[in-house]
Structure formats: C-alpha cells, structure tokens
Design a binder for this molecule. Structure first.
Ligand SMILES: Cc1cc2nc3c(=O)[nH]c(=O)nc-3n(C[C@H](O)[C@H](O)[C@H](O)COP(=O)(O)OP(=O)(O)OC[C@H]3O[C@@H](n4cnc5c(N)ncnc54)[C@H](O)[C@@H]3O)c2cc1C
Ligand code: SF4
Length: 466
C-alpha cells in the first residue's frame, strides 16, 4: 500500500487544462501534467484494496494498485514494466480512455477516485522521455506468418504481441498512415499523432511489416491473403455510420462525422493542405447531432476551425448530474458528463428529435426539431427551428462495412452485422481467420480494442503452436 493515510491527507487533484481561449488557437494537446510532488501525493491516495475494483473496471485489467505504489516510491522504471505487462499503449489510454477504472475505484463511492488515468499517463510519458522504452525483439523466430488487416489499436496490439513471440507479422492498412481511428478519427488536441509514430517505429524494429494504402478486398483479396499466411486476423473496425434519413438529408452541408474529422487530422499532419479541407466549420453555424465522443470531437474541431456557433443535439433525456452510487458502483454510471470540447462553448440540448432539414438551393439552412418526453414520444406544439450551415451526424456506427472484404468472404456475421467470433478463440466461421476489436464487438473503446488484440494474439499463438 502506497501510504496508509494518503487518502485522508490528500484531496483528489487531477490534470488541469490550458484555458479555452489559448487552446482554441491550435490543434495541440492542452492538458497540464501534475508536478512530481502532486503525482506522489495522488498515488499515495490508493488504498491497495483487498478487492481492487479498479482492476475489474479496467478492460485490460491494469494492475493499478501496484503501479500506484511504485509511483509513490518514485520507482517509475518498475512502474512502466508493470503497466506494459497488461497494456501495449498506455500513452493512448492515458490520454483518451474514459477511465472506467476510476468509476470502479473504491474512493469513487465518495466521488474522489484515485487519479488513475493521470498516473498511468505520467508513468509512460516519463518512460519515453527517459529512453526506457525500447524495442523488445524476439530472441527466437517462428517460421509462421500472420496477416493482420486493419491498423487500429486492436490490430496494433495483436501485431506487437505476435511479433514479440517471434511470428512474421504483416499489417495491411487501406489508409496512407497507420493507426485507425487513433490517427484519423480522434483529433490531435486529444492525442497528438507523434505518439503513434513513435510506437510504429518501435514495432518496425520488433519486426512488424506494415503495408499501407492496401485495401483488402480491393487491392488484394482475402483468398490471396489466406493462401499466403498461416493465420489472418481481421481488425477493420466498425466504419458503417448510422445515418439520418429524413427529408432534406441529401443536400450540401450535411455530413457524417467521419467525413469531417479525418480532413483536419490529415491537414495537421501535413497529409493534405489546409486548402484541401473541403468540409470546414469556419464562420458557420454548426449543429452536431449525437452526444458521444465523436460528437465532442466534431465540436472541438469546429471551434478550432473558427465556427460562429456550435449546437449539439441529443435524442435521449438529460442524464442525472450524479449517479445513484448504491445502484451503480463499481459499474460505469449513467450520468451527465461534460467533455473538454463541450466546455469550449457548445450549446447542448437533450430530448430533441430532428424531423427534417430546411434547405435552399441545394444547401442546408437549418433543422426542424421537436422535443421528446421521457418515453421518447414527441411533445405536442414543441416544434422549433435551429439555423445551420453545417450539420455533422455523430450518431454512432452500426457495424463494419459490408462491401469489399466482408462481401467477398463467406464469414458469418452476428445479428448486429459484426463479424461472428467468440472471445475465447476469436475464430470466425473460417478456421484460419480471426476477428477482434470493433469489427467483432461493435463500436467501442480503444482500451477494449487493445484487450481484444492482445487476447486474439494469444488465441492465434495457442492454435498455431498446438
Ligand atoms: C471520432 C471518434 C472518436 C473516438 N474517441 C474515443 C476516445 O476518446 N476514447 C476511446 O476509448 N475510444 C474512442 N473512440 C472509439 C475508438 O477509436 C475505437 O473503439 C477503436 O479505435 C477501435 O479500434 P479497432 O482497432 O477495432 O478499429 P479502428 O481504429 O477503426 O481501425 C480499423 C482500421 O482498419 C482499416 N481497414 C478497414 N477496412 C480495411 C480493409 N478492407 N483493408 C485494410 N484496412 C482496412 C481502417 O482504415 C482502420 O485503420 C472514438 C471513435 C471515433 C469515431
Ligand atoms: S480501487 Fe482505487 S483505492 Fe482501491 S486499489 Fe484500486 S485505485 Fe487503489
């Protein structure tokens, strides 16, 4: 245990943000790390619970009390070893994970959980800056080859695990750069992309072969891949966005979030020029439909591009400000959350259904909306209008794209349209093809993708070595 009285002596203190005016000037990350004393104090708050609920709240089962203790003792080198034993990429989760571990922390019963995510991030950032993170090259090579299709966190975690065992791993990615939604969905202000480049460099040295701008199902068939490799893992994500097929939908100015966000990410990295950002929020009244992470990323990006006003609409009722702990803890609570992007000035409204888009000359002009009651039924005479010249649809993703790779294969799907595979073997209906991440479980989180990538790697190794 870090310090017996730590949680009594020190209040919870988390990372703060650079103020809104400053951070809106660019697309850089804007969290201010805790200093060494603050970090030590925060780590000392961990009670090393007999049943550490944080472990089970964390999808990769991070061994949280152990590294809290090591940070308190100042042994960051040992802490990164413990952290890496369960998580390949803590610099990603330390920035963008919603931290179900903190919701599960015993101290969250009093709303003051240990600042687990901040401690995680500080361990890995310090390890990188001190040069402690090196390629872990397999001592013995295994003469078997594995193809991984898709380079998001699920594919990357699997690739790293398998290369370290000694397999010949090739990752196929249809985009120009590696990283999946980490690269093209999540904006730089939440996670700068040099963090991905650094890991890719490590993985190349560990022997992973990356083939970018190769779409499986178009540039190469799955059959060909199957013929060339001993096993194939599909980690193509869940790219089919939920649409809003109401009157006026097919005019200029209404776009799925993932038509909008990648353009700005590409411009920040220099993949395209600023002038090539074809969907731009500058000087516009923006309406974002959908209240999740993707919606928040649209808000933050719109403000940085210079939007006049950003409104976010959510069809569900406003959640309670504080959860009922007795009913929810240690599970992820349904409660009102305000993201850093929403905090930058978005107007939010709940229980709103968009009935139609108002259009003129082939362009969107606004939204005709109506309020809903608690059972999602329209309230009589509650119609209202919102002006808009850019509408971004951020209502989630339904399943992986069914054209190309999936339509060519005879792989079975589940009732939601995801690839059918269980979480023991990760095997699809074809006995040399595996599936993991959002393509298998449906739209989820980076931390779940890392878990599934690691588990699928272990299942593949089990099958190939038996
Ligand atoms: C805008 C946005 C913001 C998000 N923010 C967060 C957040 O803050 N925190 C969080 O935890 N989660 C967040 N998520 C969810 C998270 O990004 C995903 O759950 C996670 O990336 C899924 O990982 P994956 O590896 O399964 O798939 P993906 O990251 O989707 O990667 C799939 C990869 O497969 C490639 N691919 C697809 N088809 C083919 C093909 N036929 N051939 C070759 N390559 C192919 C794609 O180009 C892509 O690179 C966000 C999602 C979005 C859309
Ligand atoms: S639940 Fe919280 S206090 Fe208990 S071991 Fe985990 S981080 Fe420490």
């Amino acid at each position: 245990m870090a310090k017996v009285t730590g949680f009594i002596e020190h209040n919870r203190k988390d990372r703060q943000y650079i103020d809104v005016k400053q951070r809106l000037k660019n697309f850089k990350e804007f969290t201010k790390p805790l200093n060494a004393t603050e970090l030590k104090n925060q780590a000392s708050r961990c009670m090393d619970c007999g049943i550490p609920y944080c472990h089970s709240g964390c999808p990769v089962n991070n061994i949280i009390p152990d590294w809290n203790n090591l940070v308190y003792e100042g042994d960051f080198k040992k802490a990164i070893e413990v952290l890496h034993s369960t998580n390949n990429f803590p610099e990603f989760t330390g920035r963008i994970c919603p931290a179900p571990c903190e919701a599960a922390c015993t101290l969250n019963i009093e709303d003051t959980p240990v600042t687990i995510k901040t401690i995680e991030c500080s361990i890995v950032d310090k390890a990188w800056s001190n040069g402690w993170i090196k390629p872990e090259i397999a001592q013995k090579k295994i003469n078997k080859s594995i193809a991984i299709i898709g380079s998001g966190p699920a594919g990357l975690a699997a690739a790293q695990q398998l290369a370290r065992i000694g397999y010949k791993v090739t990752v196929f990615e249809k985009n120009k750069k590696i990283g999946g939604l980490l690269r093209y969905g999540i904006p730089d202000f939440k996670m700068e992309k040099n963090l991905i480049d650094r890991r890719i460099d490590q993985m190349r040295k560990e022997g992973v072969n990356f083939k970018t701008s190769v779409e499986v199902g178009s540039d190469i068939t799955l059959t060909e891949i199957k013929r060339k490799f001993d096993a194939t893992l599909i980690t193509i994500g869940s790219e089919e966005a939920r649409d809003l097929n109401i009157p006026g939908r097919n005019v200029e100015g209404i776009y799925p979030a993932m038509d909008f966000l990648p353009l700005q990410n590409k411009a920040v990295s220099g993949e395209i020029k600023n002038s090539e950002i074809k969907i731009n929020a500058k000087d516009k009244h923006v309406v974002v439909i959908g209240g999740g992470d993707t919606g928040s990323d649209c808000i933050g990006t719109s403000f940085r591009q210079g939007a006049k006003k950003v409104t976010q609409l959510e069809i569900m009722p406003m959640p309670p400000k504080r959860e009922n702990k007795e009913l929810t803890w240690p599970y992820w609570p349904h409660k009102l959350r305000t993201s850093s992007s929403q905090e930058e000035g978005a107007v939010r409204d709940w229980s709103v259904m968009t009935k139609s888009f108002k259009t003129a000359n082939g362009k969107v002009k606004g939204l005709e909306c109506i309020k809903l009651d608690s059972s999602l039924k329209p309230i009589k005479n509650s119609e209202f209008f919102i002006k808009a010249d850019l509408v971004l649809l951020a209502m989630g993703f339904v399943h992986p794209k069914h054209d190309g790779l999936i339509s060519q294969s005879k792989l079975k799907k589940d009732e939601k349209g995801n690839l059918l595979a269980d979480t023991k073997n990760y095997l699809t209906s074809d006995n040399s093809i595996y599936a993991a991440g959002d393509a298998r479980r449906g739209q989820s989180l980076v931390v779940w993708a890392i878990r599934e990538g690691r588990e699928a790697a272990s299942a593949i190794h089990g099958h190939l070595s038996s």
